[in-house]
Ligand binder design. Structure first.
Ligand code: HEC
Length: 272
């Protein structure tokens, strides 16, 4: 490439100017954006004045072009922001409006559980079930199983066969729920009673030994005098299992030697 004096002068001017700018850039380095910083790096890559005039001129012209483009881009970006500003505001507005609606739904008037009502006559916000309401699967028409009665009288037999498994289940449940007051053998001297709770009668009285099994089921289901009911804590089948175990307890305190089978008697060391 052939250069005339004008070209050289121009190149020199650009060169000086570029390095002036470089200094400014250096000063503003922390303030400049990343992209500006990039173009600054680009300037830095210029070859020294004495050997690369030609390329430098092309380079400076490119620098000018790049700077122009850069400025345009920056302007355009800010314009773009302006163009998007209005819809963005709209979206914000709509969003906040929707949020407001949602808030209204979430905060609509309602009763907290068990709160007082000024609307209903009985002042209770929780409404009682309509009479005769039966929850699914809870019709419970089996009077014997669910109420311990047969033909209106307390049942004197179990609603299902009692075997070893039922007795063991009954023992476990009895020890958990009943023994704190009735004690492990049913004398009515449980720990709660020893701490002052009214003493229940012993299961081994003639009256309770003669009582039908339905009576025990009924006591657990509905409570009896001082004794609270255990309908919530103990499912129906378990209540019957407990009754079976109470029968076993009663037998245990009243069995005669004659009732013990021969081989068991020997095992226990009873000779008579
Ligand atoms: C918190 C103590 C307590 C617990 C636990 C308890 N009972 Fe009682 N129970 C009593 C008292 C007290 C009485 C006597 C109530 C009365 O006569 O007022 C009683 C009485 C009874 C009677 C005799 C009712 C009669 O005809 O005199 C039976 C049967 C009975 N309980 C069974 C049970 C069974 C079964 C359990 C376990 C599921 C149980 N109890 C758990 C305190 C308790």
């Amino acid at each position: 490439m052939k250069l005339n004096t004008e070209d050289v002068a121009r190149a020199a001017r650009y060169y000086v100017e570029a390095f002036e700018r470089l200094k400014v850039f250096e000063l503003l380095k922390p303030l400049n954006s990343a992209r500006r910083f990039k173009s600054f790096k680009w300037i830095k890559s210029f070859k020294p004045l004495d050997s690369w005039f030609g390329r430098s001129i092309a380079g400076f012209e490119r620098l000018e072009r790049v700077e122009l483009l850069e400025r345009k881009r920056v302007e355009q970006t800010s314009k773009t922001i302006n163009v998007f500003k209005a819809p963005a505001m709209m979206i914000l507005l709509i969003a906040s409006t929707i949020a407001a609606c949602q808030q209204k739904m979430a905060d609509q008037p309602r009763y907290e559980p068990l709160s007082r009502s000024t609307f209903f006559g009985d002042r209770r916000a929780a409404r009682p079930l309509v009479e005769g309401t039966v929850a699914r699967g809870q019709l419970r028409t089996d009077e014997h199983l669910y109420r311990g009665r047969e033909g209106g009288l307390l049942a004197d037999r179990f609603p299902f066969p009692v075997d070893r498994a039922v007795l063991l289940r009954g023992q476990e449940r009895y020890d958990i729920f009943c023994s704190p007051c009735h004690d492990r053998v049913g004398n009515g001297q449980g720990m709660v009673v020893r701490r002052g709770f009214p003493a229940p009668p012993s299961y081994h009285t003639d009256r309770l030994r003669r009582s039908p099994v339905g009576h025990f089921f009924n006591v657990m289901t509905n409570g009896f005098g001082f004794m609270p009911d255990y309908a919530q804590q103990i499912p129906v089948e378990d209540r019957w299992a407990i009754v079976a175990y109470i029968r076993a307890l009663q037998l245990s305190q009243h069995a005669t030697v004659a009732e013990i089978p021969e081989e068991k008697r020997q095992e226990l060391g009873i000779n008579r």
